[in-house]
Design a protein around this ligand. Structure first.
Ligand code: GSH
Length: 210
C-alpha cells in the first residue's frame, strides 16, 4: 500500500491526520504540485485525475478521494471511531463533514485558485482542461468563506466539537479548512474567537502536526 501525498496541500493532510488518529502508518510518496509532478506522465499513470491524495493498494487498486480513503481505513480498523457510532451520529458527522467541505474548503479553494498567478489557467485542480481564473469567483469565494467562519463560530458556541460531543472526521476537515483559510488571509483569531479557541485545542492533538 502507498499513499501519494503532498506535505503542504490541504486535502492529503486530512488523510494524514485521520491515519495518525487511527495509529496507522502507510508509506508515503511525495508528489510536488508546485513542480507539476501531479501532471507528469509517471503520476498520471497512477491517477489520471492528477490530484492528491491517492491511495494505491497492493493489487494496484486506486482510491482518490480523501474521505473515501478515510472510510476505507475506518472499515479496516473501526477504532477509534471517527465516522459515527449510531445512525443519528453517523448522519450528523456526514452532514457536518459535507458542510465543511462545501461551504468551507470549496470556497477557500475558489478564493485561492482564482487569485494566485501560479494557477493561471489551472483554476481547477488536476489534469482537466485548461481552466482560466475568474477574479469574481475569488472575491465570491472569500465572501462565502467568511460566512462559513461565521456559521462555524455559532456552531462551536453550542457544541464542543464540530459534529457533537466528541472528535470526528468533521473536526479533521475543519482543522484543515481553518489552516487553509489563512492562505487567503482569513485568520480565525481576528473575528472568530470560538473557532480560534477550538482550533488551538485541536492543535494540541499530536495528529494535527501530520
Ligand atoms: N476532493 C478531492 C480533492 C483533491 C484535490 O483537489 N487535491 C489537490 C491538493 S489539496 C490537488 O491535487 N491539486 C492538484 C492541482 O493543483 O493541480 C479530495 O478530497 O481528495
Amino acid at each position: 500500500m502507498k499513499l501519494y501525498d503532498m506535505a503542504l496541500a490541504p486535502n492529503p493532510r486530512r488523510v494524514r491526520i485521520f491515519l495518525a488518529e487511527k495509529g496507522i502508518a502507510v508509506p508515503r510518496v511525495e508528489i510536488d504540485i508546485q513542480k507539476g509532478e501531479n501532471l507528469a506522465p509517471a503520476y498520471l499513470a497512477v491517477n489520471p485525475r492528477g490530484v492528491v491524495p491517492t491511495l494505491e493498494l497492493d493489487d494496484g487498486t486506486i482510491l482518490d478521494e480523501s474521505i473515501a480513503i478515510c472510510r476505507y481505513f475506518e472499515a479496516l480498523q473501526p477504532e477509534p471511531n471517527l465516522f459515527g457510532r449510531d445512525p443519528l451520529e453517523i448522519a450528523r458527522v456526514e452532514a457536518w463533514q459535507r458542510r465543511i467541505e462545501f461551504e468551507g474548503l470549496f470556497n477557500i479553494a475558489a478564493a485561492f485558485r482564482n487569485s494566485r498567478p501560479a494557477f493561471a489557467d489551472r483554476a481547477a485542480p488536476g489534469a482537466g482542461p485548461p481552466t482560466p481564473q475568474i477574479p469574481a469567483l475569488a472575491e465570491r469565494g472569500l465572501r462565502l468563506a467568511l460566512g462559513f467562519l461565521d456559521m462555524l463560530e455559532r456552531r462551536l458556541g453550542e457544541s464542543p466539537f464540530v459534529a457533537g460531543d466528541r472528535y470526528t472526521v468533521a473536526d479533521i476537515t475543519a482543522i484543515v479548512c481553518i489552516d487553509f483559510a489563512r492562505w487567503v488571509g482569513l485568520k480565525a483569531e481576528e473575528a472568530h474567537p470560538t473557532v480560534a479557541a477550538w482550533h488551538q485545542a485541536m492543535k494540541k492533538r499530536p495528529s494535527s502536526s501530520a
